[in-house]
Design a binder for this molecule. Structure first.
Ligand SMILES: *Cc1c(COP(=O)(O)O)cnc(C)c1O
Length: 361
């Protein structure tokens, strides 16, 4: 038996074991092609089929129609921080941003480089402990778009409701909660997500754009920085991150086999209920870092009474095979990243450990 830890890494993160086994089995000879998918041309029929299937699965699982284009890009979610304002904040227009965490803030900072940028809400002064109520979000009626980060990976907060923006296109960074829960994805004009949290391996970023929004993209941008280029070429304008796309396809098939997003959501709700339940059951010892109504289902953050105890918690957990629990360097504490590939059994083990740790400390 191979040793497998319970992996709470925030990203790159756990990948379903079933997926890794398929990758292992197909690595030397991909479906009779006599070579690895890593070695085949991105123009070969084998990869084209992977590319097409992955795109179709994205739309199917998210419940989107063919009026959305699916792109697989390099450069990470962070490159989308630049491409979104470059493509969509037109001459004289203002781009609006909701600032709910470090990644949301970074996205806004990048917009400020290339466009007039409006802060629609910020919880920075509250140490990003919560997301806004819908009536706290303010932006110009003619904003080029409103940008939102649906799940704040570092702080452990998440939107559980999305604003109705009317004519203003809604753009979301869903890097850390895409395909983890049922959302009306049709509300969004553009969604992007790095794959390394819920969709597989680092190296590929999923971008989904509705046709009417894409039609508004700025013309004359350098080719690689234009969403239109990638949409026109099914993300095969240049060499795409082939291995990342292949793994994403397998992860999407795995999600489908679990009952689609509704299926994984059910498990994710059970997981977060169990974990937050254990935190709230010992309020003098484990303290949730986020405001209760903003709590993330994907990144569960908490503090212990002292930093020494947090260090010991992380070390003792590691001895039991529970790894990746150190909070982000900017906020400290403990963070459990419980993406789709982390199972309910993994959380049960963790909750058992938390009970024992508290008694022994
Ligand atoms: C991880 C993450 C990013 C950064 O992704 P990169 O692929 O490293 O650029 C951006 N936004 C959110 C919400 C994230 O969780």
């Amino acid at each position: 038996m191979v040793k497998r830890n319970v992996n709470f890494n925030p990203g790159p993160a756990a990948i379903p074991l079933d997926v890794l086994k398929i990758v292992q089995g197909e690595l030397l000879d991909y479906q009779g092609s006599g070579m690895s998918i890593l070695e085949s041309s991105h123009r070969a029929k084998e990869f084209e089929a992977v590319n097409d299937q992955a795109m179709a699965l994205v739309l199917e699982l998210l419940g989107l129609g063919s009026n959305y284009k699916v792109l697989f890009l390099g450069g990470g979610a962070s490159t989308q921080f630049d491409l979104v304002p470059m493509n969509f904040a037109g001459e004289g227009q203002t781009a609006a941003y909701i600032d709910t965490g470090e990644f949301a803030f970074k996205a806004m900072k990048e917009s400020q480089i290339v466009a007039k940028t409006h802060v629609a809400f910020s919880s920075k002064e509250m140490k990003y402990r919560r997301v806004p109520r819908m009536n706290e979000i303010k932006y110009p009626e003619d904003a080029a778009y409103l940008h939102i980060c649906s799940n704040n990976t570092i702080e452990g907060t998440q939107f559980h409701e999305f604003p109705d923006t009317g004519k203003v296109p809604l753009v979301a960074d869903m890097s850390s909660d895409i395909a983890s829960r049922q959302v009306d994805f049709k509300k969004f004009s553009l969604i992007y997500a790095g794959a390394q949290k819920n969709l597989g391996a680092a190296g590929v970023t999923l971008v989904i754009i509705r046709d009417d929004f894409l039609a508004k993209a700025k013309k004359g941008l350098p080719s690689m920085l234009s969403y239109q280029t990638h949409a026109d070429n099914k993300s095969l304008y240049n060499t795409p991150p082939v291995f990342g796309v292949y793994i994403m396809k397998l992860v999407l098939e795995w999600i489908k086999s679990k009952g689609g997003i509704a299926g994984v959501e059910k498990t994710n709700i059970a997981k977060k209920d169990l974990l937050y339940g254990a935190i709230d059951a010992a309020p003098d010892y484990y303290k949730g870092a986020a405001d209760k109504d903003s709590r993330s289902w994907m990144n569960v953050t908490m503090r212990l009474p002292t930093e020494d105890l947090e260090t010991k918690f992380i070390a003792d957990a590691k001895k039991e095979g529970l790894v990746g629990l150190k909070g982000h360097r900017s906020v400290g504490g403990i963070r459990f990243s419980i993406y789709n590939a982390v199972s309910l059994e993994d959380i049960q083990k963790t909750v058992d450990f938390m009970g024992r740790f508290r008694k022994s400390a």
